[in-house]
Design a protein around this ligand. Structure first.
Ligand SMILES: Cc1cc2nc3c(=O)[nH]c(=O)nc-3n(C[C@H](O)[C@H](O)[C@H](O)COP(=O)(O)OP(=O)(O)OC[C@H]3O[C@@H](n4cnc5c(N)ncnc54)[C@H](O)[C@@H]3O)c2cc1C
Length: 276
């Protein structure tokens, strides 16, 4: 291992100061579930590493109609988050218990596709991501955080420090298709939050993972629902729209064709759960 210095800041201020001081030479590590295998195999050889474990970013607090989740909160911690069942469901569908114990909510935003199941649930909940550097903070809708395949809006010197998640006002559902029942990468993951008032859908948020360069909102599927009753016809329209707008890929788990087909099926199933 080429690492010569390891920093373990005790606060966010110390972490952002270290990052400003050492710049891109410093590898940020949270749970290490993605970073450590790359180091162990010699693919990544950082001379300096900063662990975030003791920086005080692992809290989950409900406040003013929102849940504020620290970036280093683990998926295991999310399993206990009773106020937002969609996030509990997403956490339950990530890896095995070792990954849920070590992997973090913030780290999931950087995971290569088809990982990103938790991020999909955050997208469906319209979460905002807080980015911090030594000069302060900025808030960004999570949908604007992703800029492409393995690229994000995170600027040099910034850390992801929080996810701010409004408590959902409508009904939510989560479905994931993998090649196995559990501990399996996504063929497609769907997270949805739907508000129905009277007879019609007034707000729809559908997020997909495993069918694009990063987790995405299926905005055309959402538009197909708003203003209609959440009935079979509208649900079929949303499934068809999602399967058209996603940009799936072929890998060892599934072909592009199968991912697209299953997007239609799983969007319909997820919405049918909400429709009851
Ligand atoms: C065996 C296995 C199975 C998995 N299964 C699933 C699955 O089913 N579904 C799924 O969605 N995901 C899955 N994953 C991915 C998993 O969600 C991620 O590995 C995890 O979320 C990464 O978090 P981490 O804290 O370990 O990241 P780390 O390994 O610590 O960091 C990963 C990257 O993110 C950056 N980073 C991390 N935190 C921050 C921060 N706060 N600010 C700035 N940069 C940061 C690091 O610099 C690094 O580049 C799996 C991973 C493994 C290894």
């Amino acid at each position: 291992m080429a690492t010569k210095e390891y920093f373990l800041p005790k606060s966010l201020d110390e972490a952002t100061r270290l990052l400003a001081e050492h710049g891109l030479d410093l590898l940020v590590m949270a749970g290490g579930t993605l970073a450590m295998p790359l180091i162990n195999e010699g693919i990544s050889m950082p001379e300096k590493v900063m662990g975030l474990r003791h920086a005080g970013l692992d809290t989950a607090i409900s406040s003013n109609g929102a849940v504020i989740i620290g970036a280093t909160a683990t998926f295991t911690k999310m399993l206990a988050l009773k106020t937002v069942p969609l996030l509990q469901q997403a956490a339950r569908h990530i890896g095995g218990w070792q990954i849920r114990n070590m992997g973090t909510v913030g780290g999931n935003l950087f995971a290569p596709p088809p990982a990103g199941d938790f991020a999909a649930a955050l997208l469906a909940l319209d979460a905002q991501v807080k980015l911090s550097d030594s000069d302060g903070h900025r808030l960004l809708p999570l949908s604007e955080f992703y800029t492409g395949f393995l690229t994000t809006a995170l600027a040099p010197g910034e850390l992801v420090t929080e996810l701010q998640v409004p408590i959902p006002q409508g009904k939510t559902a989560f479905s994931k298709l993998g090649r196995k029942h559990a501990n399996t990468p996504a063929v497609v993951t769907v997270a949805a939050h739907i508000i129905v008032e009277g007879q019609s859908v007034t707000d729809a948020r559908i997020a997909l993972n495993g069918v694009g360069a990063h987790p995405i909102r299926a905005t055309q599927a959402e538009a197909a629902l708003v203003g209609s009753p959440l009935d079979e016809q509208a649900i079929a329209g949303a499934g068809a729209a999602a399967s058209q707008e996603c940009e799936p890929f072929t890998d060892a788990n599934a072909s592009e064709w199968y991912r697209r087909k299953m997007t239609d099926v799983y969007v319909r199933r997820t919405l049918a759960q909400i429709a009851g």
